[in-house]
Design a binder for this molecule. Structure first.
Ligand SMILES: Cc1cc2nc3c(=O)[nH]c(=O)nc-3n(C[C@H](O)[C@H](O)[C@H](O)COP(=O)(O)OP(=O)(O)OC[C@H]3O[C@@H](n4cnc5c(N)ncnc54)[C@H](O)[C@@H]3O)c2cc1C
Length: 761
C-alpha cells in the first residue's frame, strides 16, 4: 500500500547530518496522496521545479483536503519539511495568497506553509510528535488561492532535504524505491504530446497498421483544445488536396465558445476514439523527461508517471514530438530556433456567471491592483484569448512565472468587478455584480509559441505570400497569418509583462482554398528518426501565425502517421520518405480516415463504425472581399445552443459555409462597432430550403437595446445579390455597438445563419 502511493522509507544514508540511530526519514510526494480532494495535479512545470505538484485552485474558496495515510516506524519527535513556495513573492506582493496547513491525525501543524520564498524550497514546520504506525496526513487549503505542495519530508534527524530541481533526483528515487522499468514492447512510433497534433497523429499511425504509443502528461487529450484550457479548434479541413482532415473532424469537439463550458470540449469523446484503436497504446499522465540519443538517432524516451513517480522507458523506431514545446527535439539535440522575444504568449482564460444569490469574493491585495479602467471588461461572461502575457519571457524557464502572473491579473480584475471601482458600484442598489461568481479559470496555461524544430524546409511568410508550391505539399493551412502583440496601454503600465494583447491578421492566406504546407516541415533535419507535428514544426515565427491552429496541427499529425508507415515499410528515415518514396506517401495520403489495416502488410478495409466525413470547406462560397460595407460571417458570430456547420448541401453561401439549427434556445449574434454616423442598410443572407423555417426571428440591437425585430421566411430565396435580404435602413452613431441576433425561438423549421452585412447609405 505504502509503496503503491509513492511513499517509502529511505534505506540509505544519503544526506549529511543524518543520525544513524534514528528511524529513517519519510518522503511523501503530494501527487501520490491517495485522495487529492479538491486539489489539482499540476504537471506543467516539472521541467522547471522537478516534479508534479498539488495546487489548491479554488477561485477564492478553500478546496477540500487532500489526504493519505503513512506508516511511521518509530514514535517520537520528528521534524517536518514541506516543499512549497509563496507564489507572489517574486513580485514582492503581500500577503502570501496560497496558505496551506498540514494536518496530522486531525491536528494542524503549527506552521502555515506557502508563506515564504519566491523559489521552490523546503519550508520548515519545526518539530512534531508522531505515534508509531498508521498516521493520517492531510493538506488543508486556507484560501482557495493556489497554494501548492510538492512533497512532505519527515525526519528524526537534523538534516534539511536536498532542494534540487532535477526531475526525480537519485535521492528521491531511492527514497521512493523507484526503478527504471523498460516497457517490454517496442513500438513502431511514439507520439509524445496528446494535443490535436499528437492525438490525430497517433490515430492515423494506428490505422496505418503501426504499433503506436501516445504519451501525454495530462489526464485528458486535446492539449489547448481540452476542457482544461478551452481553446476552440479552428482552421478548416478542406478538400482539394488529400483527405487528411477527416480524422481531425472525427476528433474535434463542437465548442461554440472559447472558453466555453466543460462539456463543450468533449474530453470523453476524444478519449473514446483513441481507446478504440487496437494498435494504439495510450499513456495518459506520463511526462516524457529524458531522451537517449545515439548517432543522431533517438534510442528511447523515458517518461515519469505523474501520480506514482514510476518511470517507463519507451523504445520505438520513430518518434514524433507533438509536445508543442519541442521538448523531445531539444533533449535529443535537434536543430531548433527560438526567437529572441516578441513571441506569442500564454493565456489562462476564465468564465463567470450571474447567479440568483449574493456571492462574496475575498479582497486580493496580492493580485494586480486593477480598477475598471485597468482591463477589458469580460463581456459575454468570459475573458478570452487576448488575456495573454509572456511575450519576452523565456517560454520554458519562465513558464510558471508567466502562468502565475496571469493568475494575478485575472484575480485583480475579478476583485475590481466584485469589490471596488465603478463595476462594483454601477447600480443604484449597490454592487451591480453582487450576484456574480467566477465559474472557471484555467490553471493549465494555453501556450502558443515556444520554439521551432528545424526540418529540411523552414516554411516562411514569403513562401506563403508567393504561394510557393512544394512537391510534397500536403496540409492546407486556412487560418490567416495571425500574430499577437501586447496592447500599447498595457505595455506602458506593465513593461515587464503586459497582460492584454491584440491580433493582426495578415491577408496572405486564401482561407477558402488554403495554403499547402510541405511534408519536409514535419521531420527533423538532424535527428534521423524524429518527426514533429503541431505548433513546434519547422516554420518561421510569421508562418507559425497561420499553421498553429489546431485543425491544421491535427492534419500534420495525420500526415506523420502515414509517412511513418511508409518509412517502416521501406525501412527508411523520415527524410528517406521524401527523397525516395514520395509517390508512396502520396498514395497513403489519399486513403481516408475511415480505412484501416491491422498491420502494414495487410490490405486496407473500411471500418463502418467510423463516420464518413465531407471536407469542411467548399471553394464555391462568395468571398468576403466581394461584399461592400461591414460583413460578419457566421464563423465569427457568437453562437449559443446547438448549431451545425454546413457547406456541402446548399450552395451560394458567403465565405466558407453556413450554420443551421433546430434548437429553440439557440442564438447567433453578429456584433458590429459602427465606424461613422449615418444610416445603414442591415442585411442578412441565407440559402433557402424547404426544411428551413418560414418564420425566423431576427433582432437588431443597439447599445444593448432592441431596436427592431423582423420575421423572415427562410424557405424563400432572398432577393438581393449574393443571397441577402434587407431588414431595413437604420440610423446609427459612430461608436455604437450594434448586433444582429438570429433566434431559434418559435421557428417552424431549421433556422439558417450565414452572413450579416451593414452598408452605409
Ligand atoms: C488562448 C489561446 C487561443 C487560441 N486560439 C485558437 C483558436 O481559436 N483556434 C485554434 O485552433 N487554435 C488557437 N490557438 C492555438 C492553438 O491552441 C495551439 O497552437 C495548439 O494547441 C497547438 O497544438 P499542439 O497539438 O501542437 O499542442 P498543444 O495543444 O499544446 O498540446 C500539446 C500537449 O502535449 C503535452 N505535453 C507537453 N510536454 C509533454 C511531455 N514532455 N510529455 C508528455 N506530454 C507533454 C501538453 O500537456 C499538451 O497537452 C490558441 C491558443 C491559445 C493559448
Amino acid at each position: 500500500m505504502i509503496q503503491k502511493f509513492f511513499l517509502s522509507i529511505i534505506t540509505t544514508i544519503f544526506l549529511t547530518g543524518f543520525d544513524a540511530r534514528a528511524a529513517e526519514p519519510i518522503l511523501v510526494e503530494a501527487e501520490s496522496f491517495e485522495n487529492h480532494g479538491g486539489w489539482k495535479l499540476d504537471t506543467q512545470f516539472i521541467e522547471i521545479m522537478g516534479s508534479p505538484y498539488l495546487m489548491a485552485h479554488g477561485l477564492g474558496r478553500p478546496v477540500a483536503d487532500a489526504a493519505t495515510t503513512i506508516t511511521v516506524p518509530e514514535a517520537g519527535e520528528w521534524k517536518i519539511w514541506v516543499r512549497t513556495k509563496d507564489w507572489v513573492a517574486h513580485w514582492e506582493a503581500e500577503p502570501a495568497p496560497g496558505r496551506v496547513e498540514v494536518i496530522i491525525n486531525g491536528s494542524p501543524v503549527e506552521t502555515t506553509f506557502g508563506t515564504k520564498g519566491a523559489e521552490w524550497h523546503w519550508q520548515s514546520g519545526g518539530k512534531i510528535s508522531l505515534p508509531a504506525g498508521k498516521v493520517e496526513l492531510s493538506l488543508h487549503d486556507l484560501t482557495g488561492f493556489n497554494g501548492r505542495c510538492d512533497a512532505i519530508y519527515l525526519t528524526m534527524g537534523t538534516e534539511e532535504p536536498d532542494n534540487s530541481s532535477e526531475i526525480l533526483p537519485a535521492w528521491r528515487r531511492e527514497a521512493l524505491g523507484i526503478e527504471v522499468e523498460p516497457i517490454e514492447e517496442k513500438f513502431d512510433i511514439a507520439f509524445i504530446g496528446g494535443g490535436y497534433a499528437g492525438t490525430c497523429g497517433a490515430i492515423s499511425a494506428a490505422r496505418m497498421g503501426l504499433k503506436t504509443a501516445l504519451i501525454q502528461n495530462r489526464d485528458v487529450l486535446g492539449g489547448n483544445g481540452s476542457s482544461e484550457v478551452r481553446v476552440w479548434a479552428k482552421g478548416n479541413t478542406p478538400g482539394g488536396l488529400y483527405p487528411v482532415g477527416d480524422i481531425v473532424q472525427e476528433l474535434s469537439d463542437q465548442a461554440k465558445a472559447s472558453p466555453g463550458t466543460y462539456e463543450e470540449y468533449e474530453d470523453d469523446k476524444k478519449l473514446g476514439i483513441v481507446r478504440k484503436e487496437k494498435n494504439l497504446s495510450l499513456f495518459l499522465g506520463h511526462h516524457a523527461f529524458a531522451v537517449d540519443t545515439e548517432n543522431n538517432n533517438i534510442q528511447s524516451v523515458s517518461a515519469l508517471e505523474t501520480r506514482t513517480g514510476k518511470i517507463r522507458k519507451f523504445e520505438a523506431t520513430y518518434y514524433c514530438d507533438s509536445t508543442g514545446h519541442g521538448y523531445i527535439g531539444l533533449k535529443a539535440g535537434a536543430d531548433t530556433k527560438m526567437i529572441e522575444g516578441g513571441r506569442m504568449g500564454m493565456s489562462n482564460m476564465w468564465n463567470w456567471a450571474e447567479t440568483d444569490e449574493p456571492v462574496s469574493f475575498p479582497e486580493t491585495p496580492w493580485a494586480l491592483k486593477l480598477d475598471e479602467n485597468g482591463f477589458p471588461y469580460p463581456r459575454k461572461h468570459h475573458a478570452e484569448w487576448f488575456w495573454e502575457s509572456g511575450y519576452d519571457k523565456h517560454p520554458l524557464n519562465d513558464l510558471e512565472l508567466i502562468r502565475d502572473w496571469n493568475l494575478r491579473a485575472n484575480f485583480g480584475a475579478w476583485n475590481a468587478i466584485k469589490n471596488n471601482g465603478a463595476y462594483a458600484r454601477s447600480d443604484e442598489s449597490g454592487n451591480a455584480h453582487a450576484n456574480a461568481t467566477l465559474t472557471w479559470m484555467a490553471y493549465v496555461g494555453g501556450t502558443r509559441e515556444t520554439l521551432q524544430l528545424l526540418g529540411d524546409v523552414v516554411l516562411t511568410e514569403e513562401d506563403i505570400l508567393t504561394k510557393r508550391e512544394f512537391p510534397d505539399r500536403c496540409v492546407l493551412s486556412t487560418w490567416s497569418i495571425d500574430l499577437h502583440y501586447p496592447k500599447e496601454q498595457y505595455i506602458g503600465k506593465y513593461k515587464d509583462n503586459p497582460f492584454i494583447s491584440y491580433a493582426e491578421h495578415g491577408r496572405g492566406v486564401d482561407r477558402r482554398v488554403g495554403y499547402a504546407v510541405p511534408y519536409r516541415c514535419f521531420y527533423s533535419r538532424n535527428i534521423e528518426n524524429l518527426f514533429m507535428a503541431g505548433r513546434n514544426v519547422s516554420v518561421t515565427h510569421k508562418a507559425l501565425g497561420t499553421v498553429r491552429v489546431m485543425k491544421t496541427g491535427g492534419m500534420m499529425g495525420v500526415v506523420v502517421g502515414k509517412a511513418a508507415a511508409v518509412a517502416k515499410q521501406y525501412d527508411t528515415t523520415p527524410r528517406g520518405v521524401y527523397e525516395q518514396y514520395l509517390p508512396e506517401l502520396i498514395e497513403l495520403l489519399k486513403i481516408p480516415g475511415q480505412k484501416r489495416r491491422p498491420d502494414i502488410n495487410s490490405p486496407f478495409v473500411i471500418d463502418p463504425t467510423i463516420p464518413k466525413y465531407e471536407p469542411s470547406m467548399s471553394v464555391s462560397g462568395v468571398p468576403l472581399s466581394k461584399l461592400d460595407g461591414m460583413v460578419v460571417d457566421d464563423e465569427k458570430a457568437t453562437m449559443t445552443g446547438k448549431w451545425t456547420r454546413g457547406g456541402a448541401g446548399l450552395k451560394g453561401f458567403v465565405n466558407m459555409g453556413y450554420s443551421y439549427t433546430s434548437d429553440k434556445e439557440a442564438t447567433a449574434s453578429y456584433d458590429f462597432t459602427i465606424p461613422d454616423d449615418g444610416t445603414y442598410d442591415v442585411r442578412v443572407s441565407w440559402q433557402p430550403h424547404e426544411n428551413r423555417s418560414a418564420n425566423t426571428t431576427i433582432q437588431v440591437n443597439n447599445n444593448g437595446d432592441s431596436i427592431k425585430e423582423s420575421v423572415v421566411n427562410q424557405k424563400e430565396k432572398p432577393l438581393m445579390k449574393y443571397g441577402f435580404h434587407s431588414l431595413g435602413r437604420i440610423p446609427f452613431k459612430k461608436g455604437d455597438k450594434a448586433s444582429v441576433v438570429i433566434l431559434g425561438k418559435g421557428a417552424t423549421g431549421n433556422v439558417h445563419a450565414d452572413a450579416v452585412q451593414l452598408v452605409k447609405k
